[in-house]
Design a binder for this molecule. Structure first.
Ligand code: UDX
Length: 438
């Protein structure tokens, strides 16, 4: 079967490459000529483990092709995935102009039955809007169906999440389109992936409900970490014991500097905005957002307490991306904290294995180091902001000798307080008692 994916960003490219891996004939279309030219020459515009090889494999097998031509992408395909950006507006609502432009374009080009699938995260009601955008742009009467098939891909493990998902959600109006979509996901039957078939509206809400619930879980444990610090408890053990309750589960209970990335902050805000629009107060989602904002400010307070004062202090930061295994710095807590520290007069020197280029564009005043160790040279403190694996086994003796004062602030609870104190560090972490250096 031939399918097309419109949009070659993160979601679009992973979707296209994985469907090609499933044996389908895939055309990936983007209006950005430079991006398509780069993809055609084998260049992937962002870092995602395994994606470079998977795109290469699809191209070599002749199953994955790139184009800037919408007519061609529509003509060849029975199923067309829309995976274009849905950026947030200032009031938290979602800007759907790219979806509208693509839906209208598809409508104009359509001459035979198509299934149009929204893959991008879109607010409830968008599927129906897509139907009317297509209907109003058709040049001739053509049958079509619209399906909502939200993605649940995590950056850093997107390919694994695509080929071994916990579930596939299909929101549709008619059985014919569901049967076609189920065919695309045929390889998942072997691993017995549950397929949840719903209405368009339910599918759209499932995505927001899932992300908001996970964000709330993180905000909950982050708030608990503050209480733990006040009463001398250990949040890691609180989370561990909570997680052993099968009804709670252990995932997404790691206290840290707050959630970031391209999805959680945007999606939780969008759910709050949708609630407002329908006069339905989303109080828990709002509280999760507030707790997340507070968490970042608390991190700066923690660093200030550790250093006494921030003005003119030199601080080494390890990790810039919003989480490990990605070059993405969108809504990264590390970047937010660095901005607040700079405002207070601190000098920052930082290192990240993948996100240096992106950071240099956004924060040119930052001193970027060439490795994990340069970050501690002559610094008054070191802050571990993103838990990349290569920061988990640092040569701590080397870092201690390079620092002006042995202050280590671990915003991801990577190291053990007792061990760090024994090594002579003033060690600060999240929701765990700080021990004085031995
Ligand atoms: C998320 C969803 O997991 C995915 O299903 C959806 O499609 C897109 O949004 P992603 O943004 O890639 O994926 O990152 P994720 O791994 O979920 O982490 C989000 C943020 O939460 C990161 O900033 C991470 O550091 C933080 N986090 C996660 C915690 O602070 N504690 C945790 O226990 C888990």
């Amino acid at each position: 079967m031939h399918i097309s994916v419109i949009g070659s960003g993160y979601v679009g490219l992973v979707t296209a490459a994985c469907f090609a891996e499933f044996g389908l004939q895939v055309t990936c279309m983007d209006q950005d000529h430079r991006r398509i030219a780069a993809l055609e020459s084998g260049e992937i515009p962002f870092y995602e483990p395994g994606l470079h090889d998977l795109v290469g494999k699809g191209r070599q097998a002749g199953r994955l092709t790139f184009t800037t031509n919408l007519t061609q992408a529509v003509e060849q395909a029975l199923v067309i995935f829309i995976a274009v950006g849905t950026p947030p507006r200032d009031d938290g609502s979602v800007d759907l102009s790219a979806i509208e432009a693509v839906a209208t374009g598809i409508g104009r080009e359509m001459t035979s039955y198509k299934v149009i699938v929204t893959k991008s995260t879109v607010p409830v009601g968008t599927g129906r809007q897509v139907i009317s955008w297509i209907e109003s742009s058709l040049r001739e009467p053509v049958r079509f169906d619209v399906v909502s098939n939200p993605e649940f891909l995590r950056e850093g493990s997107a390919i694994e999440d695509f080929i071994r998902p916990n579930r596939v959600v299909l929101g549709a109006e008619r059985d014919e389109s569901v049967a076609i979509l189920k065919d695309l996901y045929q390889p998942l039957y072997l691993i017995e992936t549950p397929i949840v078939v719903t209405s368009l509206e339910t599918a759209e809400l499932i995505k927001y409900a899932s992300n908001t619930f996970l964000a709330t879980k993180i905000s909950f444990i982050n708030e608990m970490s503050v209480l733990c610090e006040q009463v001398g408890a250990d949040v890691r053990l609180v989370a561990k014991a909570m997680g052993l309750d099968g009804r709670i589960g252990s995932k997404f209970l790691h206290a840290g500097p707050g959630y970031g990335g391209s999805c959680f902050p945007k999606d939780v805000d969008a759910l709050v905005a949708t609630g407002k629009e329908h006069r339905c107060e989303m109080g828990i989602a709002k509280a999760a957002v507030d707790a997340n904002v507070r968490q970042k400010t608390r991190m700066v307070e923690k660093i200030r307490t550790a250093l006494g004062d921030l003005n003119n202090k030199r601080i080494g930061v390890l990790g810039l991306s919003f989480k490990p295994n990605t070059s993405d710095i969108r809504e990264s807590p590390s970047i937010a904290i660095i901005r607040l520290l700079l405002k207070e007069g601190a000098h920052i020197q930082a290192y990240d294995p993948e996100a240096m280029r992106e950071t240099a564009q956004q924060l040119p005043e930052l001193k970027l180091c060439s490795d994990s160790y340069e970050v501690s040279v002559d610094a008054d403190a070191i802050v571990l902001a993103t838990e990349w694996n290569q920061f988990r086994n640092l040569d701590l003796e080397r870092i201690k000798t390079q620092l002006r004062t042995p202050i280590f602030i671990d915003l991801r609870n990577v190291y053990q307080p007792a061990r760090m104190a024994k090594m002579g560090f003033q060690y600060w972490s999240i929701g765990r008692p700080s021990l004085p250096p031995a």
